[in-house]
Design a protein around this ligand. Sequence first.
Ligand SMILES: Nc1ncnc2c1ncn2[C@@H]1O[C@H](COP(=O)(O)OP(=O)(O)OP(=O)(O)O)[C@@H](O)[C@H]1O
Length: 297
Amino acid sequence: MTKVLHLEAINRSFGDRQVLRDVTFDVTAGRMTGFVGANGAGKTTSMRIILGVLAPDSGEVTWQGSKLTREDRRRFGYMPEERGLYPKMTVRDQLVYLGRLHGMTLDAVRRKVDELLEWLSLGERANDPVENLSLGNQQRAQIAAALVHEPDVLVLDEPFSGLDPMAVDTVVSVLREHTHRGVPVLFSSHQLDVVERLCDDLVIIADGVIRAAGSRDSLREAYAQRRFSLRVAGDAGWVRDLPGVSLVDLDGARAVFDLADDADDQVVLRAALERGPVRSFGPVTPSLAEIFREVAR
Ligand SMILES: Nc1ncnc2c1ncn2[C@@H]1O[C@H](COP(=O)(O)OP(=O)(O)OP(=O)(O)O)[C@@H](O)[C@H]1O
């Protein structure tokens, strides 16, 4: 059976303000699930509830079909929004300490820490106090802290914020290594381009309500407009006169247009071929940013 972390109808209010409403979604083993939403949408609150830092007013979180226990949660890796490493302790000592807290033997934890430091390109900084590290390196150390006890589930609040593109790639390869071993990974991010590139599944939240959830590709398909792109040899402006076509963008030989439900894309293609060579023709898949704008507004 595939291992799934499941949130079922989670509700939570602060005072008279309800910030999560019937939040329901899955994080599946072996997949990277991107959790996206505007500031204040409810991502951090959901993650805190998963980790048991905060209790829901109603609803429950299950792991492999059973209600989460404290023991399960000890096997989770969490990178909280408020970063929590001791500034004066060296990176290595800190990671060893955290591993020991989780009951690892000194040998096992030392091996794991060396591996993580190398994976995250932190080897040269290992004996520096955290406060002497650049922000990007502090972020890497924070990620190492979430991974040191070889967690069964990973929940990461904004793990890519403040990282340069190379560091993002480093962290992604470390997380991918975990998904390949069957670990479900839930991460929140504001950077839609990063999420688009690396998530397998996507959960979009707005005002405490899940607006869309599913595999990235199925969401792209579901939100695909009947939008097409046509590139011809000459000027493509004539396409706007075809029935059912509404032009979205025209750039000389390239036209992007939406088709009415009853219009046939092959009719447009034949019309183009009658006029001359067609360089390319096909549906345009929406980007994550476009889907996000559509569902989260
Ligand atoms: N302890 C708290 N007391 C009162 N209100 C809170 C508390 N924690 C969160 N909130 C409110 O709940 C809402 C959701 O916040 P949350 O931090 O979950 O959003 P988020 O999606 O993580 O946003 P961001 O991307 O800005 O971190 C916000 O309006 C926030 O102000």
